[in-house]
Design a protein around this ligand. Sequence first.
Ligand code: FAD
Length: 418
Amino acid sequence: MIDKVRRTPCAALVGATMNRMTTTSPDDLLALDALLTDDERDTAKTVRQVLDENVRPHVGQWYLDGTLPARDLALLFGDLGLLGMHLEGYGCAGTTATMYGVACRELEAVDGGIRSLVSVQGSLAMYAIHRFGSQEHKTRWLPEMAAGRAIGCFGLTEPDAGSDPSSMRTRARRDGASDTADWVLDGAKMWITNSPIADVAVVWARTDDGVRGFVVPTDSPGFSAPEIGGKLSLRASVTGQIVLEGVRLPHDAALPGAVGLRGPLSCLTEARFGIIWGATGAIRDSLTVALEYAGARVQFGRPIAGFQLTQAKFADAEAAYVKAVLLALHLGRLKDGAVTGARITPEMVSVGKLDNVRTALEVARSMRTILGGSGITIDYSPLRHATNLETVLTYEGTQEVHQLVVGKALTGLDAFSG
Ligand code: FAD
């Protein structure tokens, strides 16, 4: 709270033995928590506590090792109700979108890879099944996925089709003329979060009727998902390919509610919402870590937090954090139907994804500089956040793609292919 800040004469700051001023947190300075409901605050607190006990102490090592105990984490997050959190029924928690956003902030405050696990499970794989799946798809997969007993992935990107998914080559054809003929899938997907460990993959493929989604058990003959190694970013996350070699599926494996690219694109809009909130977590954690460090690190006879140039970085980071949270919250309230006369649109989500992610990247880099040499080690989170955010800047629509979406909305001119 603001009244915690004690104004101390500058002279009192001189010397390594100075009394530290009482500090205020990035949230408290602008009373950001006051904008949340009691339930939202409680959720944030619970998620933060569980992560602090079970995940934060280990995430640096996972990052270094390039591993993630995804199955254990999925069970933990299932217990917490974080998987498919904003979906209704089938074992999902059915919370508001804002509540889900608040949880994403806590998850990414620990690591973007952890938030990605939850986003891909809930906003991509589960959302696709929940929104477009048959009753059988929903009852077969959603309760297991909500509990974290089954892990899902979402295969849209291909080696030659990233920003332009309409150029996808993965093909699903009927093996026969009737509507009950099997489907046969051939093709390859690239950069798929969780694919090497998934139980079920939502795979998007070209058909004679347009792009359709398929619910593919990963033990289907002809399905493989080799892991992609060598990542310098999002290392505490499992990423792989999906290779489909004559994967035969029953006729009812296709998601009945989605024909055309609008299906997968609407899933991406869902996931981007979580990213917008997650980015605020990376900002908050980077700022918090740098504040702690700068208060204790003494150079030239005083804590580096007392230097004006350091404080300028903090002030800029705080302003960036506040704006990012307000944008996320505005979008959350719009998504929850809590803003009279307005509903969330994909273009609004593009503004949030574009700006919160690039802002988070800038802040994480800036906070890293405050840590000096220590800042390039795994002991401090800002550089880990920054490298993670390089992925976040790229996936779910690159920065440039979102600029084109927003530019099109503002000008009425489509610049995607020109
Ligand atoms: P490209 O599309 O080749 O883009 C390369 C560059 O060209 C970018 O800077 C881009 O902005 C620019 N560019 C492209 N078109 C234009 C244009 N018209 N105007 C201006 N610039 C343009 N995908 C999934 O389907 N599921 C997942 O779970 C998933 N997880 C991922 C996890 C990780 C760690 C990563 C790195 C990616 C993941 N992706 C996933 C893929 C991700 O969504 C794509 O990488 C992203 O869409 C960009 O595609 P691309 O890598 O092929 O780059």
